[in-house]
Ligand binder design. Structure first.
Ligand code: 3PG
Ligand code: MG
Length: 402
């Protein structure tokens, strides 16, 4: 069903669209525009149908008040280029600039509101405060307006522009959200086997729920990235100055023994690329490969080593369903990108469904020069894709489906 069918026609209708335009910025330069590109089809469908499109989005985590560093202005420019039409930018979210900008929209026009998280009501844990802000958002499009939820990366957040506003306006799911949940639910329902999951990124504590859940589902779990050092430490190894979450050691030991009992294979790296300092750009990296069990006290692990890259690649490429979330190392530095590159390459060779999840892994495959078409699906959601995999109810989806 088209958005026009779902919303009872589009021409002249004011439609508030929640997109996830939370992109990495270097000053005013967008270093990875993947989320902006992923947001275009829905905005384009609405604008082409003659709607007056009001896009609401966040950038980073400002503290509920305007903060120039988190302005969406550079994103408005990029969105306009990608859409091939002007995008009017409002200097506030629900204030005088927003009202004026929305009032000036013609049929087929598109406006982007300033960072929704400049308003404390957006992320408030207080239902009434969020509701009051959602009222203001809904008023922008008025009683004949509608809401389209397309910010997949934030559907796990119970926030005003994601959740509460859907209670106030006729609503529909945008193309991006619909595609994301269709593909990701295939991973939770009946994945073709072997089902391989690769997890990386810095924190074990972010991945607890998904590891817990996958121990009953996946055939193989590969662990890399900063979180691997908590696993190595849990096995009794010294990890030097590497990232370590002491408070997760017992949990991780529990996972390792549960994996053994349930026959899930957990693959940890056998070698690690270390340096004595985190790469900062001020200093030439001095990478060294050491056995995973022998990380020197003065060093920290920054990537999986070449032997591990080979074993990880082999364990990925014969999977029939593969989900990958989180880089294997500090891929932003060329000296520590090989592990992430090897895993990405192996995903492109999968005969079956390969899914890249998470802002960082998605940025990594593009930054390392992979063709996006070589993967089955690149999710725009980090936390959202993990929570979907965990089988959790996502507030921003539940509110649309009920
Ligand atoms: C993300 O980057 O994961 C999404 O945009 C959600 O952002 P958040 O984690 O700050 O809610
Ligand atoms: Mg996040």
């Amino acid at each position: 069903m088209t958005l026009s069918d779902q919303l009872g026609g589009l021409r002249g209708k004011r439609v508030l669209v929640r997109s996830d335009l939370n992109v990495p910025l270097d000053g005013n330069t967008i270093t990875d525009d993947g989320r902006v590109r992923a947001s275009v089809p829905t905005i384009k469908e609405l604008a082409d149908g003659g709607a007056r499109v009001v896009v609401v989005a966040h950038l980073g985590r400002p503290k509920g008040e305007p903060d120039e560093r988190y302005s969406l202005r550079p994103v408005a420019a990029r969105l306009g280029e990608l859409l091939g039409r002007d995008v009017a930018f409002a200097e506030d979210t629900v204030g005088p600039s927003a009202r004026k900008t929305v009032d000036a929209l013609q049929d087929g026009g598109v406006a982007l509101l300033e960072n929704v998280r400049f308003n404390p009501g957006e992320t408030s844990k207080d239902d009434a405060e969020r509701a009051a802000f959602a009222d203001e958002l809904a008023e922008l499009v008025g009683p004949s307006g509608a809401f389209v939820s397309d910010g997949f990366g934030v559907v796990h957040r119970k926030q005003a522009s994601v959740y509460d506003v859907a209670l106030r306006l006729p609503h529909a799911m945008g193309q991006l959200v619909a595609t994301e949940i269709r593909v990701l639910r295939r991973l939770t329902l009946d994945p073709e086997r072997p089902y391989v999951v690769v997890l990386g990124g810095s924190k074990v504590s972010d991945k607890l729920g998904v590891i817990d859940n996958l121990l009953g589902k996946a055939d193989r779990l590969l662990i890399g990235g900063g979180m691997v050092f908590t696993f190595l430490a849990a096995q009794g190894h010294e990890v030097g100055k590497s990232l370590l979450e002491d408070d997760q050691l017992d949990t991780v030991r529990g996972y390792l023994s549960r994996a053994e009992e349930s026959g899930v294979e957990i693959l940890l790296p056998t070698d690690i690329v270390v340096d004595t300092e985190f790469p900062t750009g001020d200093r030439e990296p001095q990478p060294r490969v050491v056995p995973a069990a022998e990380i020197p006290a003065d060093s920290l692990g920054l990537d999986i080593g070449p032997e591990s890259s080979r074993s990880f690649a082999a364990a990925v490429s014969d999977g029939r369903t593969v989900f990958w979330n989180g880089p294997m190392g500090v891929f932003e530095s060329a000296a520590f990108a090989d592990g992430t590159r090897a895993v990405a390459q192996a995903l492109t060779e999968v005969d079956g469904l390969s899914v890249v999840g998470g802002g960082d892994s998605a940025a990594a495959v593009r930054q390392l020069g992979f063709d996006e078409g070589a993967f089955g699906h690149i999710s725009t959601g980090g936390g959202a894709s993990l929570e979907l995999l965990e089988g959790k109810e996502l507030p921003g989806i539940a509110v649309l489906e009920r």
